[in-house]
Write a protein that binds this ligand. Structure first.
Ligand code: AMP
Length: 360
């Protein structure tokens, strides 16, 4: 039996962005303190946490100091070096652990792992050199998408290979490094499921949501997703299978495509709170951030029940200047991340709406 972490204890969070900030706010509601480790000064999470260690993730001295201040460690940034997590794990419980990150940090490992569990993805092939690229384009066909295996996000490190594209030029465009070539999925919708798994092994998934992107960045999330009951069940089963197989404690966000023929294919997984789960803050019994705290502290998981139909809109870049308009709108729930510099495409905040109508 795992003893739950009692209120007053300290949760260490690797990464100090908005996901860390909202996790720290949720943790505070249960009387926990949060201590952030993040190289950037004045990061969003630092303003709402008991402490902030400004240090690089690969500094052993800093990791030791961090471990000495906290009772459990979680993360909001999945590109923390696996070596650092392994080191931290020798000092203090770390959820999710290094094995989950090893899978999610690398698109080839991720897709191999998912396929090994019988979870369907787009067809894919690894590309390490120009010869592999030729073989991969022959095997996967066109159109396809070439992606760097590591450090890609919001469409960065990706190039589409259309009927006329010079594949080598596309590979150069993404840095000529280790890549994956994926078949281009003819999808009708992008959905995601967030699933929590606690230290005790308890699992709870939120229902699938529909994600609409603009310029490769999440723009809006709509709940419920307009998919069939079978697809809803299937998407939740896939997420549950993945979190169990990864032996992950914490949250796993599973991004999926609903293909034109109705199949559900996994695009990628993220072992942390996810932008497509922000709606849960105002439209679910338990928010994804509270659920993460519950999972890593060994508390019972909260209900994932939805309170109505919901929508989330990201405030990207200058959208944030409309904050007063949103505040004046009845029923709009505004969340700002405390970022000083407004840059194009930067996630500055989001707005949630909960609707009590017949569609709920
Ligand atoms: P990713 O960084 O893998 O999440 O990709 C960013 C976005 O690019 C996705 O949300 C999709 O809109 C699009 N995309 C990525 N991979 C594919 C694919 N294999 N087929 C079609 N669209 C894709």
């Amino acid at each position: 039996m795992h003893k739950p972490l009692s209120p007053g204890k300290t949760i260490g969070i690797l990464g100090g962005g908005q996901l860390g900030r909202m996790t720290a706010l949720a943790a505070a509601n249960f009387g926990y303190r949060c201590y952030i480790m993040e190289p950037q000064r004045n990061c969003p999470a630092s303003f709402v946490s008991a402490g902030h260690l400004t240090a690089e993730y690969d500094s052993e001295a800093a990791l030791l100091k961090f471990a000495s201040q906290v009772d459990v460690v979680t993360l909001e940034f999945e590109n923390v070096p696996v070596k650092s997590l392994k080191f931290l794990e020798s000092q203090v419980p770390v959820y999710p652990g290094p094995q989950a990150l090893e899978i999610s940090q690398d698109r080839v490992r991720e897709k191999s792992f998912l396929n090994d569990q019988g979870i369907e993805t787009a067809p894919w092939a690894p590309v390490k050199n120009a010869e592999d690229l030729d073989i991969a384009v022959d095997k996967i066909g066109r159109p396809s998408v070439l992606k760097t295996t590591r450090f890609g996000y919001d469409g960065k490190g990706q190039a589409k290979i259309g009927p006329e594209t010079d594949a080598i030029a596309a590979w150069r465009e993404v840095g000529s490094g280790y890549c994956i070539l994926e078949g281009f999925v003819d999808f009708t919708m992008e959905i995601s499921v967030i699933v929590a798994r606690s230290v005790t092994g308890e699992i709870k998934a939120y229902e699938p949501v529909e994600n609409r992107h603009a310029n490769h960045i999440l723009d809006e999330t709509h709940v419920p997703a307009s998919i069939t009951a079978e697809q809803t069940e299937q998407a939740m089963e896939i997420a549950t299978k993945a979190v169990e197989a990864m032996d992950l404690v914490g949250l796993l966000a599973v991004e999926m495509f609903v293909a034109a023929d109705g199949r559900i294919l996994v695009n990628e997984v993220a072992p942390r709170p996810h932008n497509s789960g922000h709606w849960t803050m105002d439209a679910c019994v338990t928010s994804q951030f509270e659920q993460l705290v519950r999972a890593v502290c060994g508390l019972p998981l909260g209900s994932t029940q939805r309170l109505g139909r919901a929508k989330m809109k990201n405030l990207l870049g200058r959208d944030v200047h409309k904050w007063e308009e949103y505040l004046a709108e009845p029923g709009a729930h505004l969340h700002l991340y405390g970022k000083a510099d407004v840059k194009a495409g930067r996630k500055m905040g989001h707005v949630n709406w909960l609707f009590q109508d017949d569609d709920a």
